[in-house]
Design a protein around this ligand. Structure first.
Ligand SMILES: *Cc1c(COP(=O)(O)O)cnc(C)c1O
Length: 644
């Protein structure tokens, strides 16, 4: 057996596949973050986490790397610039960031800051998002795309924003909005900038496949688009119709789906121009995918194309369609959210304890023991690679029989315990042999999952990774330390909530999905940190307060050079996670009233001598301190739990 190396870990956790160019493993066996990608600069994530904790910020911790966000925005824009150059395309690219993907103020402000030189704009999908966009975007010439359901107030606000120097496009997503828009334009005497959202027949595949197609929630059919043109003409507003929009869903894994949509959309664009609308923009929506599992395939957690190919395809589609019909090419707009914000955020949490389904070598059966125990032990000793299936069937059979005997009173609890330990011993031995087989028999396929250890982690899936629970989305997860050491345990992750869904038991794999993650045995008194990567899109705002676990602490890190020229960083913003008082207020509890109630009860108990003065003081202290504290567990050195 050769020594385990960091290269082995890199392969095991697919770090290059999903992490490039921002994450790798350093010589210390720690995850390293390269926030500027190839441009240089490297931070040791393990050391960073310890530094942040020394500042009094507790686990779980969401770390946002501002430089990664800047790099993603630059990368997207540069890909389009490259494609435009390559194809000698006579139009521009002006992207917008869809605010719904991550609405946190610091994130949106940074998107605007980093996108300024590219005239990067914002997309709003609702009235509150429009309010954010109007107040945050300060880039002359950048677009504000107004999507989502609209009422007159939304539309009038967008129109009036033109007076402030903004360039807001009101996108008609439902036919009814046209009437509101014409009314608002006439009432205010403002010439609107209008877009239409086309409902394409090209359907996405996978989770968001329903975003297009005849039954899609948003968008206009060809018939409705014709009617929009007619009505705008009648209202003398056809000169306002300048933008075509479509959106075929998020995380589109297959490039051919995108190509088909582009072909259809570019034809609609050309038609609109030929009908007399002074078309200038085509907004190709979101959908640019992220390679969560690093497999570079059209699997749902991956994508079979890169950002540059995407940009080439968008540019080429419009170049071709417009050239054919002699129409001026549009300024291209995309609403890529996931592709911009995913990489910047890393969620780090600590493991509080672990339980294993089996422990130790089973003891040999004694002479006088129950025959079922002796049989099971014999099965155990005879397990070999050529009889794993048979041995598993026998062991399962003996265990079932033992349970029946126990239920009938023929077996003591101690004997049942012996049976269970022997059974798990058999499973463990069989599993060791099965892992070496090329072909795994059906009955044994679940063994890995059933024999997995459970790592109890200090976080809430519902708060921090809701899509893992809601739609089985996969995120790369790996330890951030000890990567120069072989991870000998296979486990699943359980969160702090008391919900049995509060777990992660699906992990990225090059082939499909794996049900266990390779982890290290815990060491007494030493923290063990896991990180979940690529979770900067959608997770924060979809998260909920199941079991009243609130927002986690979040910090923004920017690379900097220290006086000595060494790599260092700036902790730019600290967004403290919710306190229990804040979370309780959200569900209408007043912390003063809660405290008062406990105070009154302990006075009563004191009077009746059910509690001592010092106990009562301790209780009130704990209660009061908890109210102002973090909703997660304060880490203590974890203990290995022997058994589940
Ligand atoms: C959600 C959404 C987006 C963002 O999609 P990504 O796949 O995250 O890039 C863009 N446009 C519209 C209309 C959306 O609804």
């Amino acid at each position: 057996m050769s020594e385990w190396t960091i290269q082995d870990s890199a392969e095991l956790y697919q770090v290059e596949g999903w992490g490039e160019p921002y994450f790798k493993i350093n010589e210390k066996g720690h995850i390293a973050v390269l926030p500027r990608g190839e441009a240089g600069g490297e931070l040791d994530l393990f050391n960073l986490v310890q530094d942040i904790q020394k500042r009094g910020l507790k686990m779980p911790l969401l770390i946002r790397f501002s430089d990664i966000l800047a790099d993603r925005i630059a990368r997207l824009n540069e890909c389009f610039i490259q494609a435009i150059k390559e194809y000698d395309y006579k139009g521009d690219y002006k992207g917008v960031y869809p605010v719904k993907v991550n609405q946190q103020r610091h994130v949106v402000e940074e998107v605007v800051e980093f996108g300024r030189s590219y005239q990067f704009g914002l997309e709003a999908g609702s009235k509150p998002e429009l309010l954010i966009a109007l107040a945050t975007l300060k880039t002359p010439g950048a677009l504000i795309i107004c999507n989502g359901y609209k009422d007159s107030e939304y539309i009038e606000t967008a129109l009036l924003a033109q007076r402030l120097g903004h360039t807001p496009f009101v996108v008609i997503e439902r036919f009814h909005e046209l009437t509101l828009l014409i009314e608002a334009a006439q009432k205010l005497g403002i010439q609107p900038l209008i877009g239409v959202r086309a409902k394409l027949t090209a359907r996405g595949i996978g989770r968001w496949g329903d975003s297009t197609g005849d039954r899609a929630k948003f968008g206009l059919s060809a018939d409705e688009i014709m009617e929009v043109v007619a009505q705008l003409k009648k209202a003398n507003l056809l000169s306002s119709l300048q933008l075509l929009h479509f959106h075929i869903g998020s995380q589109i894994s297959a490039i051919n789906v995108i190509k088909t949509a582009l072909r259809e959309a570019s034809c609609i664009y050309v038609e609109l121009a030929r009908m007399g609308a002074p078309m200038q923009y085509c907004d190709v929506g979101g959908g640019l995918a992220i390679d969560y599992d690093g497999s570079k395939t059209n699997f749902r957690a991956s994508k079979n194309y890169n950002m540059q190919e995407y940009a080439y395809d968008v540019v080429a589609a419009f170049q071709e369609a417009c050239r054919e019909k002699n129409v001026t090419v549009p300024t291209l707009v995309s609403e890529s959210g996931r592709a911009i914000t995913s990489h910047q955020s890393v969620l780090v949490f600590d493991v509080m304890g672990v339980s294993h389904p089996q422990f130790g070598e089973p003891q040999p059966a004694e002479r006088g023991e129950h025959s079922i125990i002796r049989n099971l032990y014999e099965t155990y000793t005879q397990i070999a690679s050529d009889n794993v299936q048979e041995a598993f069937n026998d062991a399962s059979q003996f265990k079932e029989e033992a349970l029946s005997l126990f239920a009938l009173g023929y077996l003591s609890l101690g004997e049942r315990a012996r049976v269970e330990r022997l059974y798990w011993g058999c499973c463990q031995k069989i599993l060791g042999l099965v892992r070496e087989l090329d072909y795994i028999p059906d009955e044994l396929a679940d063994l890995e999952k059933n024999m997995a250890s459970t790592y109890y982690c200090n976080f809430s899936v519902f708060q921090s990774v809701p899509d893992s629970w809601a739609i089985d989305q996969l995120f790369p997860i790996a330890p951030i330390q000890r990567l120069d050491e072989e991870p000998t345990v296979r486990g699943t992750l359980a969160d702090l909530t008391c919900d049995s869904d509060g777990k992660i038991d699906q992990f990225i794999d090059l082939r499909d999905v794996k049900s266990v993650l390779e982890l290290h045995p815990l060491r007494e008194g030493e923290p063990y940190y896991l990180a979940l990567f690529l979770n900067g899109a959608y997770q924060e705002i979809l998260g909920d307060m199941h079991n009243l676990f609130g927002d986690t602490n979040a910090v923004h890190i920017r690379l900097a050079s220290s006086a000595t020229g060494e790599q260092s960083y700036l902790l730019e913003h600290v967004v403290k996670g919710d306190t229990m008082t804040e979370v309780l207020r959200y569900v209408q509890y007043d912390h003063e009233a809660l405290l008062e109630s406990i105070r009154r009860e302990s006075e009563q108990a004191l009077r009746e001598r059910r509690i001592t003065l010092s106990e009562s003081r301790l209780l009130l202290q704990h209660y009061e301190r908890s109210l102002s504290g973090y909703t997660y567990l304060t880490s203590e050195p974890q203990r290995e739990l022997a058994r589940s």
